[in-house]
Unconditional design. Structure first.
Ligand code: ATP
Ligand code: MG
Length: 414
């Protein structure tokens, strides 16, 4: 006998309460993105490999070792999206979304990275994503951070999550900081992890984001960006922090915060928690003014963030009862046909109800109790003849007769 198929490592089959939590997160995101005037988009799950390789950066973890790339039957190199931003920027150019600039965009869905699976880290995971394209004002940074903060607040986890903020400055700042970092790390090269030594020449900023413990003391003593900020870059950052203060959003400065993608300029931020073990970042993003230009488009300032739906789902309290309002309990065959019609009418009236496919009265009452429904609607022949059914409150045990055409009212009214 052949073994039945197994789930692919790093993927998830999300069931029941976990799926309810997932939906709670998505529903909150949908609410909040409307409050902030973000338009919904749906994006392809795969793109030409170049869309990601160039924009995210060839030397980043994502591009160098995490992408799911494959050749399709036509011989083109395609990649399952590891994140949303690059594809959205591609669409901004190829689909003429420039006409809507400055455009606020929101989406969510699966993303794929070949990583070592662990709690809060999967190979197919799911992101919420928000972007503002075509706005270079600090007010855009403030708005998109405020939107993220409000989402966390609405999910009831705002207090457990800290906003860490940094600026990477303008290109002049970044270049000067980069040179200083190379000098610092080169002098301590022999104590760096192998991975960080490899990053030294190609992408020294990435060392700041190292997950290797042995690098941490060297990172902690490295030069901070503040010493290299040009007056313009400092002014920009000052206006972002002033805006956050005005919006009542708490933040902490982390002058060594960088992001795992190369395209960031100016503002970079992460909402982090201590409640998820090593997987501390739940929502992260920043400004990426150079990205669209690097794709061959016009200079286009933009800012955005992405959040891990699974990580948010793990943090929220149990979603509110998503159970049934009522369960139908027919007594006998004639009543069963009537109950089918009653159930259909109740559902059309917006009452969540269900009826077991089989079983005697005792079995069905057990099922009604197990469903979490507030009421059992018991349909017997005598009551049917009078055009009524019995409504039993499963919390108090109280029971009363109700006219069939008033059942929805009775259940809704409590
Ligand atoms: P990390 O440092 O945890 O690897 P990252 O910097 O690679 O995160 P981003 O590229 O900023 O993550 O993605 C945005 C968000 O997506 C993260 O903050 C996290 O919540 C979530 N995320 C990223 N990778 C995964 C994954 N493999 N599984 C689950 N969630 C993920
Ligand atoms: Mg990562």
């Amino acid at each position: 006998m052949s073994k039945s198929p197994q789930r692919i490592r790093g993927t998830q089959d999300i069931f029941g309460e976990d799926a309810d939590r997932f939906q709670t997160v998505v529903a909150a995101f949908e609410r909040v993105r409307r409050l902030y005037g973000f338009r919904r988009v749906e994006m392809p799950v795969f793109e030409a490999t170049q869309v990601f390789a160039r924009s995210i950066g060839e030397t980043t973890d994502i591009v160098s070792k995490e992408m799911y790339s494959f050749e399709d039957r036509g011989g083109d190199s395609l990649t399952l999206r590891p994140e949303f931003t690059a594809g959205i920027c591609r669409a901004y150019l190829s689909e003429g979304w420039q006409q809507y600039a400055a455009v606020k965009i929101a989406t969510h869905g699966p993303a794929f990275r070949y990583e070592r699976p662990q709690k809060g880290r999967y190979r197919q995971f799911h992101q919420l994503d928000a972007e503002i394209i075509g706005a270079g004002e600090p007010a855009a940074d403030v708005e998109i951070i405020a939107m993220g903060a409000q989402l966390l607040g609405e999910l009831g986890i705002g207090e457990r999550i800290e906003l860490k903020l940094n600026t990477l400055g303008d290109p002049a700042t970044r270049d000067a900081w980069r040179d200083a970092l190379v000098e610092h790390f080169r002098a301590r090269q022999k104590d760096l992890s192998e991975e960080s030594r490899a990053r030294l020449e190609k992408n020294p900023l990435r060392i700041l984001d190292s997950k290797e413990h042995q690098d941490w003391p060297i990172v902690d003593s490295s030069p901070v960006v503040d010493d290299f900020l040009t007056p313009d870059a400092a002014d920009y950052f000052g206006r972002v922090t002033a805006g956050l203060d005005a919006a009542g959003i708490k933040w902490t400065r982390d002058p060594r915060l960088v992001r795992g993608l190369d395209y960031y300029r100016h503002t970079a931020f992460e909402f982090v928690t201590e409640d998820l073990g090593a997987q501390s970042a739940v929502l992260a993003g920043g400004r990426y003014d150079g990205l669209i230009e690097s794709m061959g488009g016009p200079h286009t300032p933009a800012v955005g963030w992405a959040a891990g739906i699974e990580r948010l789902s793990m943090l929220i309290e149990q979603p509110g009862a998503t159970g049934m309002d009522a369960a139908l309990v027919p007594l006998g065959e004639a009543a069963e046909a009537a109950a089918v019609r009653i159930a259909a009418d109740l559902r059309r009236a917006g009452i969540a109800c269900e009826m077991a496919y089989r079983g005697n009265m005792k079995r069905r009452m057990q099922k009604a109790n197990a469903s979490g429904a507030r009421y059992a609607i018991i349909v017997g022949d005598d009551e049917l003849a009078r055009g009524e059914a019995a409504v039993k409150d499963l919390q108090t045990g109280e029971q009363r007769s109700v006219a069939i055409d008033r059942l929805a009212e009775a259940v809704r009214g409590g």
